[in-house]
Design a protein around this ligand. Sequence first.
Ligand SMILES: [Zn+2]
Length: 95
Amino acid sequence: MLSDWKVGQVEVLLRKGLVSQREIARRCGVSRGTVRTISLGMRRQRPPSNEGFVPPEENPQRCPGCGGLVKMPCLYCQLRQMSREHMRARTAAKQ
Ligand SMILES: [Zn+2]
């Protein structure tokens, strides 16, 4: 993703209108399509920030399955169990 600084640089050059979009692309190291997109004001919005994200409060516990210090239920053990069931189903299907 383009940095805000680079987008700003392209916007300044576009506003000045002294050089072609091709030249702006060359000078800023971006594609002509990018310059065109910025010139049309169609630049994608920034992805939502993770501001306000609250991590799970539950404290990690010792998993009885794998012995890892994890937030229950243990994802590793769940995946291992699913994998085992998957393999069992595949083996049964072959017979
Ligand atoms: Zn586990």
